[in-house]
Design a protein around this ligand. Structure first.
Ligand code: NAD
Length: 503
């Protein structure tokens, strides 16, 4: 039996429970179908067959989950930080113990390759560990004194919060939002993406088995326009942490406005990788191709616009095209696969439509540009060259293994091309000139920049975008600022003179 066959058999075992029992909601510690009894299907990206039926929830399910989160809030928010820490460390350990199940389930539900997904559970556990360790200090603030007053500033958890996540790397992304919310003392209603709901169910089960009290984390599946919408409108949900498309973020902001919802948005990107002719070109080729062709290019921080100095443009793009052509596309559970199938036929259609757009706009397809095979959502790793920055392929987020290359003359032009886009999530800069790196990073419109490196995440640093790429930051203490209210209490230091009115 090949490794792939063994992995498929194992995945089949892990998925059997969902195939037989569906992907239920999880409310107040109990697995439960949608109250209406309605379901929707989650499809296999490998062959389009139905993997499982998923609860297709409505407003009434969100209301139940919110009631559970509200009831659980007083006890959880008053649980000492050190106690919350212990429970969340146990959650991290339990995630690690089931890392293979999480990874295999995620691969089959999303189409992401196992070589990348094998780390998803480990990274999810790291998120829990990191925020568990911060939990005892979450309430801390500062004391400031004037001659008459002593001010003590502290934080308290904001209340039950909603977490809405996308389909691309659902487990890791969910832990990014849920771990700090729980560490801060909030309770959570999580609405996972309808295309990849399975690992959210695993997470809540794992967390409760590890000791998280019922009602502290609840999961409601369903469509964005029904379940998701109600969550953003519910008056008892105090904040929405959302990861997804920029236009969905706008909708959520409008939906949440009547209840004055606090929002945190991690949205789309069209991130430049800028390569100057003085860069280490071999490393730059490796990083640029890694950042667009790993994780199927379904990655918010993917380097989807390649800006290359004209003196090295031909040579550099030829090397990128070579890499793209050599990349193995295949079954997500094959350890040799780099690019797996895209998540869903709807998304595949969107990505394929950009191949036509590229031809219509007059770009050259230097690699890929085709669908692969009959069954499943497989597309070839693609490079567009001879593009200009005004083309749709240079402006719009394609969210697949598709790279658009544009030449530039000098620093000024590189900067202007990099910033001439609605998005501003991340940017990657390759140069050996330190002064230039400082000038460029001072002026690039992006929330996160990496110099001479691919994206390497460090949890204490801020993660988030500017412009249409988001509002707010994850990571470090920034997550607590979102999930907590900062309050100030002022004490008199002495019997100061209080103004006396009326005589
Ligand atoms: P999406 O916006 O279509 O959906 C995301 C979630 O929002 C889903 O759970 C969906 O059901 C829900 N939703 C949809 N409409 C809603 C509504 N009206 N009210 C409430 N909820 C609603 O995004 P997607 O296609 O699942 O994910 C891909 C997008 O996510 C890309 O744009 C990508 O860049 C972005 N993303 C951003 C980051 C980041 O950190 N910046 C990370 C990963 C993905």
């Amino acid at each position: 039996m090949s490794i792939l066959d063994t992995n498929i058999a194992k995945a089949d075992g892990y998925l059997a429970r969902f195939r037989e029992g569906g992907v239920m909601n999880h409310i107040d510690g109990l697995s439960t179908p949608a109250l209406s009894g309605r379901t929707l299907a989650t499809l296999s990206p490998v062959d389009g067959t139905t993997l499982a039926d998923v609860a297709n929830s409505g407003a009434e399910d969100i209301d139940r989950a919110t009631a559970a989160a509200k009831a659980a809030f007083p006890a959880w928010s008053r649980t000492p930080g050190a106690e919350r820490r212990k429970i969340l460390i146990k959650v991290a350990e339990a995630i690690e113990a089931r890392a293979e199940e999480i990874a295999f389930t995620e691969c089959m539900d999303t189409g992401q390759a196992i070589r990348f997904m094998s780390k998803a559970a480990i990274r999810g556990a790291a998120n829990f560990r990191y925020y568990a360790d911060q939990a005892p200090y979450a309430e801390d603030g500062e004391v400031t004194r004037t001659p008459t007053q002593m001010n003590t500033t502290s934080r308290r958890p904001i209340g039950p919060v909603g977490v809405i996540t996308p389909w691309n790397t659902p487990f890791m992304l969910s832990t990014w939002k849920i771990a700090p919310a729980l560490a801060a003392g909030c309770t959570v209603v999580h609405k996972p993406a309808e295309f990849s709901p399975m690992t959210a169910k695993l997470l809540v089960e794992i967390a409760e088995e590890a000791g998280l009290p019922p009602g502290v984390l609840n999961v409601v599946n369903g469509l964005g326009e029904t379940a998701g919408k109600r969550l953003t409108e519910h008056p008892d949900i105090k904040a929405i942490a959302f990861v997804g498309e920029s236009r969905t973020g706008s909708m959520i902001m409008a939906q949440g406005a009547p209840s004055l919802k606090r929002v945190h948005f991690e949205l789309g990107g069209k991130n430049p990788v800028i390569v100057f002719d003085d860069a280490d070109l071999e490393r730059a080729v490796d990083a640029a191709t890694f950042m667009i062709y790993s994780l199927n290019g379904e990655r918010c921080t993917s380097s989807s616009r390649l800006l290359v100095q004209d003196s090295i443009y031909e040579e550099f793009t030829a090397q990128v095209a070579e890499v793209a052509k050599r990349i193995k596309v295949g079954h997500p559970l094959d350890p040799n696969t780099i690019v797996g199938p895209l998540i869903h036929p709807v998304h595949e259609e969107k990505v394929l439509s950009y191949f036509d757009t590229a031809r219509d706009e007059g770009a050259t397809i230097a690699a890929g540009g085709t669908k692969l095979g009959e069954a499943g959502c497989y597309v070839a790793p693609t490079l567009f060259t001879n593009a200009t920055n005004d083309m749709a392929i240079a402006q719009e987020e394609i969210f697949g293994p598709v790279l658009t290359a544009i030449p530039f003359k000098d620093e000024a032009e590189a900067l202007s091309l990099a910033n001439d886009v609605d998005y501003g999530l991340s940017a990657y800069l390759w140069t050996s000139d330190l002064d230039r790196a400082i000038r460029m990073t001072d002026a690039l419109e992006a929330g996160m920049m990496w110099v001479n490196s691919e994206n390497i995440r460090h949890l204490p640093t801020p993660f988030g975008g500017v412009k249409s790429s988001g509002i707010g930051r994850d990571g470090g203490d920034w997550s607590f600022d979102f999930y907590m209210e900062t309050v100030n209490v002022s004490f008199p230091r002495a019997h100061h003179k209080v103004p006396k009115l009326g005589g």
